[in-house]
Design a protein around this ligand. Sequence first.
Ligand SMILES: [Zn+2]
Length: 452
Amino acid sequence: MSSQPALSIPRGSRYILARARVPAELVQHPPAGVAQDAEGALLLDVLVDHGRIGGLFPAGRAPGAATVDLEGRHLWPAFVDMHTHLDCGHTIPRVRPDGTIHGGFSLTAEDWPRWSEEDLALRMDFGLACAHGHGVAAVRSHVDSETLAHSQRHWRALDLARRNWAGRVDLQGVTICAMEAWLGEEARALADLAADMGGILGGVTDTLDRGENGTYDALALALDRVFALAKERGLDVDLHVDQTEDLTAFTIPEIARARLRSGFQGKVVLGHCVNLALMPPRVIEGTLALAREADLAFVSMPTPMMYLMDRKPGRTPRWRGVTAANEIRAAGLPLAIGGDNCRDAWYAYGDHDMLDTLKQAIRIFQADEPMTGALSMASRVPADLIRRPDLGRIGVGLPANLVIFQARSLNVLLSRDQADRIVLSHGKRVTGGLPKHHELERALGLVDPVFS
Ligand SMILES: [Zn+2]
């Protein structure tokens, strides 16, 4: 096998990435007269100028400047991962997951006493370094906020990481707690804490059972409270919704009704919603019509849901574990994908690689044949949902946060792992590679018994 010569990215502040292949759905305002390949990619020359996209031209037509000839390689905007749990992540091997939701919660809670500020900083930093190396430019992370005392430490760690990584991986936090927390005395202080640290509000909606009459009275009150607190502070809302096979726990309609009566104008994102896929078609259709009326958006985490859902001892799963993704998209509702948990009590694997998440999503949802719009689930859609319309697309004037792949077709890009991708952050090549797991373990005081 002959290896192709490595691409050399100029150190100067102005250069052209010539003959790049960019999926049309990831280009904002493409120039006229651009050739398109059979897989829907545009052939472009991209001018990078002082860390931004200075111009887009039909391939071979850019004027002047030093040139890197991509020879038809794929060039994508950096990814956005809008649903992670950096504070839980990378606790393996001190935590051994059992593959269940119950285990996810209880093993995480057992680990909480070890979450010192240093422990959190090391693990969150590792997660963000992985994301950066894979070409992720922004991350939203849910911050365990069960009690105010716990959450202050978690939020301080997130805030430190947010400052350290700003401009490379922009980070935003979201409260995650049982919805009961929003009915308690600490609710206002928790909302203030999130707001002070640039975060937004969330919670787990299926923790509150229905009342004796079968209605979600307590949940409705908690949702009213969240929307009121978010409205007062100008924050968006991002909820964990119905991550369960239990069809009696179905809170999307309650959230939609609460949103409609609240007058809340911010964005409302619903994560997971997996049991929606198990509902009869009539219920799915009615629920999505209500969701559209209430201007709700969705985010699905296909990889960990394949791991967690429909797991029964000695039995092969019958269900892919994901929400009704194609129905959501067909209803015209925004659907993003996220990485979710990574090497922790909830999910045993992962590397904060949104290309891997996208490849899994396309296969698990069958979001291909045709692929139209599917690529945006990992970039353009989540960028809009976290209010970063400057990310997740390639357009004139936007930051040159880009990923160059060796693949020269979309099929190859989605087939081979693309571990040799080149990441550009504000026009500069990201060097240094991915962080090493054994170094993290050593820093966390986890001794490898083979070498001890
Ligand atoms: Zn989650």
